[in-house]
Design a protein around this ligand. Structure first.
Ligand code: IVH
Length: 711
C-alpha cells in the first residue's frame, strides 16, 4: 500500500506539519491542506489497518485539528476525499463487509480540564441549558481494544462486525461467537426490541496479554506490542478456534439501534444512556459498573476523570482515557452530530505513554566505577507531560538485541513515573541510510589523546574504563560521594560539584573537606548565608557513621546493605586493610565479587592515603553507635552478644547457624578479637579456636552447647 520511502516521507512531513504554525497565503494553505490530507490518511491506515501507529494519538489529533481549522477558513478548498469528510479508515479484503445499521462515528478528544469545561459550555448552548444549571453526564472508561458492533435479531446474536470505515465494517460473527462475554442469546424481546445494534470493545486483560506474549516467545513467534494489538489481532483470526484461545472479552458501551417488529425506533423508550447500559448489564452483557458514574455537572466529571487517570495502571484492562456522555437522550438529540462525531460525547484522553522520534546520535557517559553507558539522543518529543531528548540505552547488548541504528525512528515509552525507554525501532521506516551503532573499544569520554582500552568482565553487561586518565570518573565519584544516599551533603548538588570541579577546587574526595569558603563566597549565586549553610552541612557530614562513608567511596558493587554489614564488623575503616577474602565472605550476604572489590580497594596505597587525608581533615573513620546493629530484645538468649562459627558443623550449615544466632539476638562477626563474646567450634576448628583460647576472654561452645543455649 505504501512503500518504505513513502512511509518515511509521510512520517517526516507529519512532524514538519506539527511544527508549522500559520499559513499566511491561500497558496500556502492549499498546499498544507493537501499535505495534511495525505499524512492523515497514511496515519489512519497505520492505525486502523496495520494496528501499528507511528505517531501518538495526540499528534494525530493535532494534525486532524489543523486540517479542520484550515477547512473552516477556506471552505471552498475542502476536498471530497478529505479525512474530515467521512469516518476514517480502510477495509482489508480478508473478511466480507457488512453495513452498520447506523454509522459508527468517532469521538472528539479532550486533554485537560479546560477542554472539558469548553465541552460543557457548548453542550449547554446546544441544549439551551442555563449556564448556572448542571448537565448530567455519564463517565466511563475509554477501552483501548478493537471496536465491535453486535446485531441481535429475535434475541439471537445475528452478526458481529468491526468498525471498518464507520459505514461498512468487516463481518466476523464466527469469531465473536467464541468470546464468552458476548451472549449468543439475550432477551431483548421482553422490552419489545426485535432488532438491536450494540457497540462495544473487544479487549484482552493485561495479565492474559503477558501470558500470550510469553507463550509466543517460547514458540519463537513475534510478540504483540501491546494488549490492543493482541485483542484486535485475536479478533481477526481466520480460524475462530484461534480466537477462542486468545482469552478475549468484550465490554458493551452503547445501545446504538433498537426497533420493534414493525421496524419502528424504540430507542426513545430509554430516557438515559445510564439506563440503557444498566439494561444491557441485566441482559447478561459485560458493561462498566464501578468504573461508570453518573456525574452532576462538569466538575464532578473532571474529578472522576482525574481519579481514573491515577488508577489507570491498576485497572486490569488497558484504557487510554474516559468517555464523557450527556446522560439524557433528549438532550443528546438536541446536541446532534458532526460528520465525524456526536456533539453530546467527548473522549478525555490520558497523557500518551508512547511516542515516536528519531534517534539522531549516541553519546557515551562514564559512571563512578567506570561503566560506559550509551545514551540515545533523540529529536525532542513530548511524552506524558515532559519533553524527552535523551534516553539511556543501558549497554551494548541492549543496542544489539533491539537492533537500534542511528537515524532510526524509535518508539519511546514512559509509563507512570518510570524513566523513558526505547521499546523498538520501526524497521519499516528505514531508508537504508541508517548506521549501525558500533560500540567503542576505547574510552569515548577520555579526551586527553592517550587512549584507554575498555574492558568487559565476565558476567558484566557494561564495558568499563579501567584507568581513568581524564578525570571524568573523578567527577562522577565526587557527585556520588556528596549525594543523598552517600554522605548526604545538602547544598552541594550535581551542578555545584561540576562548577567547583571546573574551578579546580574539587579533584579528590578529600577536597570536599577543604573547600575555599572565602572564595566560594565571591562566586555568583553564593552569599555569606549560603556558604555558612554549606560549611555546616559539610561539618555535619564529617560525623557520619562509617557505613555512609564506605558506601560513598564508589567501590564497584558495594551498596548500602553490604556497607552496613561491613561497618558493623569494624572499629575503624582502615581495619579493612588487613582483611582477607575469607573475612569478608564469612559475613552472611557478602559474596566473593564484592569482597574482592573491597579488598582490592583497601590494598591500593593511594586509597589508604586518601582515607588518612580525610581523617586528618576531620572525617570520622571510627565505628559509631549507628553502625552497630540494633540490639535484639533484652530477654533474647544471646542478646547483645557477638558470635563466630568456626570448623564444620554437624546438624546445620553455617548460614543456618548464623541465622539462628541472629534470631536469638546475637550479632555475627567474622574475626576473632577482644570484642568477640562467643566462639562456636565445630569439627576440625583451627586457628580461630586457637586464637580465641589464647585471648582467654572468649566463651568457646560446642555445636550442641550452642543449640541448648538458644533453646
Ligand atoms: S462511545 C458515538 N464509549 O473509542 C459514540 N466509545 O473514537 C461512539 N471507545 O473506537 C463511541 N471506549 O470503540 C464510546 N466507553 C466508550 C468507549 C468508546 C472505547 C472507542 C470506540 C471507538 C473510539 C471512539
Amino acid at each position: 500500500m505504501y512503500t518504505p520511502e513513502q512511509q518515511r516521507a509521510f512520517y517526516d512531513l507529519s512532524k514538519e506539519l506539527l511544527e508549522k504554525e500559520t499559513h499566511p497565503s491561500r497558496e500556502a494553505a492549499e498546499a498544507a491542506m493537501r499535505d495534511l490530507r495525505d499524512v492523515i490518511l497514511y496515519h489512519e491506515w497505520r492505525y486502523y489497518v496495520l494496528n501499528d501507529p507511528v505517531v501518538s494519538d495526540y499528534e494525530y489529533d493535532r494534525l486532524f485539528k489543523k486540517l479542520e481549522s484550515l477547512e473552516a477558513q477556506f471552505p471552498e478548498l475542502i476536498a471530497p476525499d478529505s479525512p474530515t469528510q467521512r469516518v476514517s479508515a480502510d477495509l482489508t479484503e480478508d473478511f466480507p463487509s457488512a453495513e452498520h445499521l447506523t454509522p459508527m462515528l468517532s469521538l472528539a478528544n479532550s486533554y485537560n480540564a479546560e477542554d472539558l469545561f469548553d465541552f460543557d459550555e457548548q453542550v449547554k448552548k446546544l441544549t439551551l441549558t442555563p449556564a448556572e444549571d448542571d448537565v448530567e453526564y455519564v463517565v466511563e472508561p475509554k477501552f483501548d481494544g478493537g471496536t465491535i458492533a453486535l446485531v441481535y435479531e429475535n434475541d439471537l446474536l445475528h452478526r458481529a462486525a468491526t468498525r471498518g470505515n464507520g459505514i461498512m465494517g468487516e463481518e466476523m460473527t464466527a469469531n465473536a461467537r467464541v468470546i464468552r462475554s458476548i451472549p449468543l442469546k439475550a432477551a431483548f424481546s421482553k422490552f419489545g426490541f426485535q432488532k438491536v445494534e450494540l457497540r462495544g470493545e473487544v479487549l484482552i486483560r493485561k495479565d492474559i496479554f503477558t501470558q500470550v506474549n510469553q507463550k509466543r516467545e517460547a514458540e519463537g513467534l513475534p510478540l504483540f506490542a501491546n494488549p490492543r494489538n493482541a485483542a484486535t489481532g485475536g479478533l481477526r483470526m481466520k480460524d475462530p478456534k484461534e480466537t477462542a484461545q486468545r482469552g478475549l472479552e468484550a465490554f458493551v458501551y452503547q445501545l446504538a439501534f433498537a426497533a420493534d417488529a414493525e421496524g419502528a425506533d424504540q430507542l426513545d423508550r430509554l430516557a438515559t444512556h445510564d439506563e440503557s447500559i444498566a439494561l444491557l448489564g441485566n441482559l447478561g452483557f459485560k458493561v462498566p459498573v464501578e468504573e461508570r458514574k453518573v456525574c452532576r455537572g462538569i466538575q464532578e466529571v473532571v474529578d472522576f476523570c482525574n481519579r481514573w487517570q491515577a488508577r489507570r495502571e491498576d485497572y486490569p484492562y488497558e484504557i487510554d482515557g474516559m468517555v464523557v456522555k450527556v446522560n439524557r437522550r433528549d438532550l443528546q438529540e438536541r446536541c446532534g452530530y458532526t460528520s465525524h462525531h456526536p456533539r453530546w460525547a467527548i473522549a478525555y484522553k490520558f497523557q500518551a505513554k508512547q511516542a515516536t522520534s528519531r534517534l539522531v546520535n549516541v553519546e557515551y557517559q562514564v559512571g563512578k566505577v567506570g561503566s560506559i553507558t550509551p545514551v540515545a539522543k533523540l529529536e525532542p518529543v513530548h511524552l506524558a507531560g515532559v519533553t524527552i531528548s535523551s534516553v539511556s540505552l543501558h549497554n551494548e547488548d541492549f543496542i544489539r538485541a533491539k537492533d537500534l541504528r542511528i537515524g532510526d525512528t524509535v518508539l519511546v515509552e514512559r509509563a507512570g513515573d518510570v524513566i523513558p525507554y526505547i521499546v523498538k525501532a520501526m524497521a519499516e521506516l528505514r531508508t537504508g541510510e541508517e548506521r549501525t551503532i558500533g560500540f567503542p573499544r576505547f574510552c569515548p569520554v577520555n579526551d586527553t589523546g592517550n587512549p584507554v582500552e575498555l574492558v568487559r568482565e565476565e558476567g558484566e553487561a557494561a564495558w568499563r574504563c579501567p584507568v581513568c586518565v581524564c578525570g571524568a570518573q573523578d567527577l562522577q565519584r565526587l557527585i556520588w560521594h556528596v549525594s543523598k544516599d552517600a554522605m548526604d551533603i545538602e547544598g552541594l548538588g550535581k551542578s555545584i560539584v561540576e562548577r567547583f570541579f571546573e574551578l579546580g577546587w574539587l579533584r579528590s574526595l578529600a577536597d570536599v573537606y577543604r573547600l575555599p569558603y572565602d572564595q566560594i563566597e565571591q562566586l555568583e549565586g553564593f552569599g555569606a548565608k549560603s556558604v555558612a549553610n554549606l560549611q555546616a552541612s559539610i561539618e555535619k557530614a564529617k560525623q557520619n557513621p562509617i557505613h555512609r562513608l564506605l558506601h560513598s567511596l564508589s567501590i564497584h558493587h558495594l551498596g548500602q546493605k553490604i556497607s552496613k554489614l561491613l561497618a558493623a564488623e569494624i572499629g575503624h575503616v582502615l581495619d579493612l586493610k588487613n582483611w582477607t577474602l575469607e573475612d569478608y565472605t564469612h559475613i552472611k550476604d557478602v559474596g566473593p565479587v564484592v569482597a574482592e572489590n573491597v579488598m582490592a580497594y583497601f590494598q591500593q596505597p593511594g586509597n589508604i592515603r586518601l582515607l588518612e587525608e580525610m581523617e586528618s581533615l576531620g572525617v570520622n573513620l571510627r565505628q559509631t553507635d549507628d553502625d552497630r546493629p540494633r540490639a535484639a530484645s533484652a530477654d533474647a538468649p544471646l542478646a547483645g552478644k557477638s558470635i563466630l562459627f568456626t570448623g564444620t558443623l554437624q546438624t546445620m550449615g553455617r548460614k543456618e547457624a548464623q541465622e539462628k544466632a541472629e534470631a536469638a539476638g546475637a550479632r555475627n562477626v567474622s574475626a576473632v578479637s577482644s570484642k568477640l563474646d562467643i566462639l562456636v567450634a565445630g569439627e576440625a576448628a583451627g586457628s580461630k579456636l586457637k586464637k580465641a583460647r589464647e585471648l582467654g576472654t572468649v566463651q568457646v561452645l560446642t555445636e550442641e552447647e550452642f543449640l541448648n543455649l538458644i533453646g
